[in-house]
Design a protein around this ligand. Sequence first.
Ligand SMILES: [Zn+2]
Length: 405
Amino acid sequence: MIDHRRLGRELDLFVSDPLAGAGLPIWLPAGAAARHAVEEYVRELERRSGHQHVYSPPLGKRELFELSGHLGYFADDMFPPMRLSADDEVVLRPALCPHHALVFRARGRSYRELPLRIAELGGMYRSERSGVLGGLSRVRAISLNDAHTFCAPDQVGAEVVEILRLIRAAHAALGVRPAGFRLSVRGPAGRYVGDDAQWSYAENLLRGALDGVEYVEVPGEAAFYGPKIDIQIVDAAGRESTISTIQLDFDKPERFDLSYTDSDGSRRRPVMVHRSLVGSMERLFAYLIEVHEGAFPAWYAPVQLALLPVGDEQAGAAAELARRALDAGLRVEVDVAGSLGARVRDAARRRIPYLGVLGSREVADGRLALRLRGGRALDPMPVADVLALISGQVAARAADLLPPG
Ligand SMILES: [Zn+2]
């Protein structure tokens, strides 16, 4: 069976060392290279859609999380506070929202700034029981693709629609195939903050945004502060989890006393929309490793091009070509050790998308014989054309290794 933990080991993507701790995996260079490419893509997608990025620390004063409600509603999922002195305790944050509320509050805000979209790929921590931890799918240290939009109440609907568009774009580029959309609303037994009218309004707003989308409505699955849309994935073992989420929150703006000046000069309370396009890097990669069986699209493959000189005489040409590929922005590697056949097999095992074989004829002609992952061999092409082809597929974040047609 496909298992991201086994593939992660075989492809040197990450390691789970018992000495580092359960649920605290370490990303190895290959996994980090893939993650870096994905992070850059997501940041660019967000930037183009009007998000502003911030950095905030993964821990904060106890009082911050009392104010946010996390210690009241969510303490079971958090690590115990660290006591520095009698009146100074810090906690590892279980979410980024409290810090982002402070970003909004850092100065006075006007209606002209709304919707204000604050994004961060930030660290947070959950004290998951050790029994449920495994590989990247359930971890205790989480790197979340997160953002909070602060908007006027009448902007929420359009914002949710726009976030759904971004989620679809990110899924298409990464190769995520959602298993379903879920609208989580209040249930009879849950503890919720806020009044009935607010909840009904928020739930109806999300129903409206999902117009035309097939979804299931799940009572009792809402967050304590508001209803949400979750987009589900199913892993190779058949386990369902959430990869993308949009959550409405009328509570934190109250708690943090957030306000903006409206066009008529009055003070108004913004609505906070929490959203993640692709979830945590850990869960995302657990899923991507399995769904692609380690054969990532070229744009986030750890090594995009492996150069294989047939003999020692071509080693210099291979090194020079590697330099050109590097300068073109590609992740490239020269493999010289072992027979050509063994090197081709090793590159296939590592799911490297493009292999460039340099024989004496190719070097003399300034050409390169390209082989695609999967075994297809192309006729030798001028080196510049090869680099343009690969760069083009990477820039387009294409799922295929060759352009259409
Ligand atoms: Zn949040």
